[in-house]
Design a protein. Structure first.
Length: 83
């Protein structure tokens, strides 16, 4: 089963997350199929960059977003300009 979830990158105590499409059984930072966004919770305000058309494509293909990614999608809709 495919999942759209976060993969952690960045330095210690300064996380940056990539929003990735990955097999559910793989490790958090394992090999992914595609990077479809980025989330930086340390920035003020938090910075979210999502590729909504690719996310929609993967959801049509059967990928399920994690709870956190679903929240990011809800809080940052496709038509809204990036902050």
């Amino acid at each position: 089963m495919l999942m759209i979830r976060l993969a952690r990158f960045g330095a210690k105590k300064k996380p940056v997350y990539r929003v990735v499409v990955i097999e559910k059984e793989r490790a958090r930072d394992g090999r992914n199929l595609e990077v479809v966004g980025q989330y930086n919770p340390v920035a003020h305000p938090a910075k979210v960059d999502l590729v909504h058309d690719r996310i929609a494509h993967w959801i049509k293909m059967g990928a399920k977003p994690s709870a956190t990614v679903a929240r990011l999608l809800r809080d940052h809709p496709a038509g809204e300009p990036a902050a």
